[in-house]
Design a protein around this ligand. Structure first.
Ligand code: MEV
Length: 330
């Protein structure tokens, strides 16, 4: 049996980083998906091929501790580790130590703030879970993927695997889980990618260090971040795009204040604003990666061109209403 599952990318509209400290965040699934196919193999090994991160190799032996790279050299094991963690978890839950071939095909830019690793982990949990007869619920898929996120990101809030699992637009709060939001209209959003990859774990650790050094300054910033999300939910409910744009600009200012913006991000954010965007902010962990701009209806093209002229790669973000799903089983 070969099972292919997919899961979408995401764009955080409000509250990244602050969400790590229990503040609410607003996140939307984006129609760019990671596909993972899993099938049994006879020799008991786990073979993983993930061209999106340029790595493939074999795990074998006690606790799958032996790794042999096929492509990707010395970096291969680190790149494939989160996928292996999901597989290990699925095998543990199923009680079956079956060998597996796992193939990842993903159209989501890597290390760009769009949740590529979480989407891959979620799709892996769904496809391997099916092959191992676990038939995991969405909650179980989420849990398996969250384990993998902990391996790569250190102290993740869980927002990325949540949105890839459930899809749509959600308010997320650590420990409380997801609250789906019903949007009446598609938001005119452009994503701009700086093309610079960065490590979520390092950026999250940087904010933590700043908070430890200046708790009386950084803690109120985190709290205001949470308030912005609450205001944004109201603005979404009333369809007030202008208010949403203002809130995005304020949110971006706070993210700059805690040190996660960068010159390439600022260039794209300002290019979008100067081209008429109602608001623009970095999205995800920051450092490099992506920004997101909200435009007036009909303003997408102009803002996208401005982002490209400023050196970014721009694309329109449409909501992925469906989260994780089984694509094919044969
Ligand atoms: C990464 O997409 C979002 C962060 O808030 C980290 C996390 O929530 O785990 C930066």
């Amino acid at each position: 049996m070969r099972v292919t599952a997919s899961a979408p990318a995401k764009v955080i509209l409000f509250g990244e980083h602050f969400v790590v400290y229990g503040e609410p965040a607003l996140v939307m699934a984006v129609e760019r998906r990671a596909y993972v196919s899993t099938e049994p193999r006879a020799d008991g090994k786990i073979y993983i091929r993930a061209e999106n991160v340029g790595a493939s190799g074999y795990y074998s032996g006690e606790g799958l501790r032996t790794f042999e790279a096929e492509t990707g050299g010395a970096e291969a094991q680190r790149r494939l580790e989160p996928i292996k963690v999901v597989i290990e978890e699925a095998r543990r839950l199923s009680g079956k130590n079956l060998g597996l071939n796992v193939t990842v095909e993903s159209a989501i830019p890597v290390a760009a703030g769009l949740g590529s690793s979480a989407a891959v982990a979620v799709a892996t949990a769904a496809s391997a879970g099916r092959v191992l007869d676990l038939n995991p619920s969405r909650e179980e898929i989420y849990r398996m993927a969250y384990e993998a996120e902990k391996v790569i990101h250190g102290t993740p809030s869980g927002i990325d695997p949540a949105i890839s699992t459930y899809g749509g637009t959600l308010m997320y709060r650590r420990g409380e889980g997801v609250q789906p939001l019903a949007l009446k209209v598609e938001l005119p959003l452009v994503i701009g990618n700086t093309g610079l990859s960065r490590s979520t774990g390092d950026l999250v650790a940087g904010v933590r260090r700043l908070k430890e050094k200046y708790p009386s300054l950084v803690e109120p910033i985190l709290k205001i971040g949470g308030k912005i999300t609450a205001e944004a939910v109201k603005a979404l409910e009333t369809g007030n795009l202008e208010a949403l744009g203002n809130l995005m600009n304020i949110n971006h200012g706070l993210l700059s204040a805690v040190g996660v913006s960068s010159l390439p991000l600022e260039r794209l954010v300002y290019a979008a604003r100067m081209a008429g965007a109602l608001g623009a902010k970095l999205t995800g962990a920051g450092g490099g990666g992506c920004m997101v701009a909200l435009t007036e209806a009909g303003g997408l093209g102009k803002v996208a061109r401005a982002i490209e002229e400023a050196g970014g790669e721009a694309f329109t973000a449409t909501t992925a209403k469906e989260g994780v799903r089984i694509e094919e089983e044969r």
